[in-house]
Design a protein around this ligand. Structure first.
Ligand SMILES: [Zn+2]
Length: 385
């Protein structure tokens, strides 16, 4: 008989082997169970209950660093531990506009410049805000432009042209959005079709606020705060802390929902400073936006279950920061265009899921990451991975 064959059936060796194997499987079982436990723990930890999406319109790296220089390293955005870069080109153009980039971030689909919430062939697509509603989350939008302007509109409406402000206002009524704060009162109240959408909002249970104190006085339920006839004024022309207060109030109301919330907050006018090639305008609006980011970050720090994503839709102005004496505290800028540029923009993240944002990503990835971080069910109409 082959000795090794005989050895295999030696009863003593068999007993020892069985014992060793049993111990081995026991160890495997426990380590596996432990690993699973840890993994499910991490799973919970890395899936936020709430997501606050902050969009600085036109805020590229130079705009952020100009504000950093002006405040002498006193920004909140820079406290975010994770940073990635985002490609912003649209379906039609190397250089996007806010409608196409807003749509990419909100829906996960690239489209033609000028289109809101639709594919280039005009097929409407669903936004992350609507998926959030479907899944029982509270939802909100905040902007320092009219709330019907391109970026917020991308989260609520599907229209062929960003200029269709009255139609965009009408489509707010097709949703269950809980809180929206910004300008644009006229698109709801002084319309060319004479329909008074404020009455419709009231009959659907919205508190209407036309001033900041009225907005701050709402402590529960739905709210439409339409604080200006069109856009909010510039910070330098008396807007005050409107954006920070609006961000605070939106979070205050939305966080009452036990299931969680999604809110998009836009610092709309960094872009307008870029179009004007006005360094003072850019810097003041970026610092103001950073304060609002601070409100979001303070909530996230305290809550522990909130992801804050701070991003731009594109860069505006082709801004550079040339060297000169006395740059700190008073940065000088040089603009290379009065339009947008195609350069990637940074995204800064903080909170559970922040580590998902790394490398060079696409603007459509912002939607995809939010969708998966919220663990919404896969849907046939979702954009490809
Ligand atoms: Zn612009």
């Amino acid at each position: 008989m082959n000795p090794s064959y005989q050895n295999r059936f030696n009863p003593d060796i068999m007993k020892k082997t069985t014992l060793i194997l049993s111990l081995f499987f026991l160890v495997c079982f426990y380590s596996n169970a432990n690993e699973k436990k840890q993994r499910s723990g991490n799973h919970r930890k890395h899936h936020p209950k709430n997501i606050i999406l902050m969009i600085g319109d036109g805020m590229g790296l130079s705009q952020m660093y100009a504000a950093y220089t002006a405040t002498q390293d006193n920004l909140r955005i820079t406290q975010c531990p994770n940073i990635a870069l985002v490609k912003t080109f649209s379906a039609s153009d190397y250089i996007t506009d806010s409608a196409a980039s807003g749509t990419a971030i909100a829906t996960g689909f690239k489209t033609t410049n000028g289109i809101i919430g639709m594919l280039p062939d005009k097929t409407p697509v669903r936004s992350i805000l609507k998926y959030a509603e479907d899944n029982g989350l509270a939802t909100g939008l905040v902007a320092t432009a009219a709330i019907t302007h391109a970026t917020p509109a991308s989260f609520i409406a599907s229209v062929e042209s960003r200029k269709m402000h009255e139609e965009i206002a009408m489509q707010f009524l097709d949703t269950d959005i809980d809180v929206f704060i910004g300008g644009g009162y006229n698109d709801f109240a002084r319309r060319s079709d004479s329909i008074h959408l404020i009455d419709s909002l009231i009959s659907r249970g919205y508190h209407i606020a036309k001033t900041i104190p009225e907005m701050l006085n709402v402590h529960q339920g739905k709210m439409a705060a339409l604080l200006y006839p069109e856009h909010a004024p510039k910070v330098s022309e008396g807007r005050g802390d409107m954006l920070s207060l609006a961000t605070f109030k939106a979070i205050d109301l939305l966080s009452l929902n036990k299931k969680g919330f999604f809110v998009m907050v836009e610092g709309s006018q960094i872009d307008w400073g870029g179009h004007d090639n006005n360094m003072d305008y850019v810097v003041k609006e970026t610092i103001d936006f950073d304060k609002a980011c601070g409100v979001a970050l303070d909530f996230a720090i305290q809550d522990g279950n909130t992801l804050v994503i701070i991003v731009a839709d594109h860069e505006t102005g082709g801004l550079s920061l040339p060297v000169r004496e006395g740059q700190w505290g008073n940065p000088e800028g040089k603009f290379s265009t009065d339009d947008h540029t195609g350069i990637p923009v940074p995204v800064y993240t903080f909170g559970p899921g922040a580590e998902q944002f790394h490398g060079l990503i696409d603007n459509t990835d912002i939607f995809k990451k939010i969708y998966h971080l919220f663990r919404f069910k896969d849907n046939v109409n979702l954009p490809g991975k």
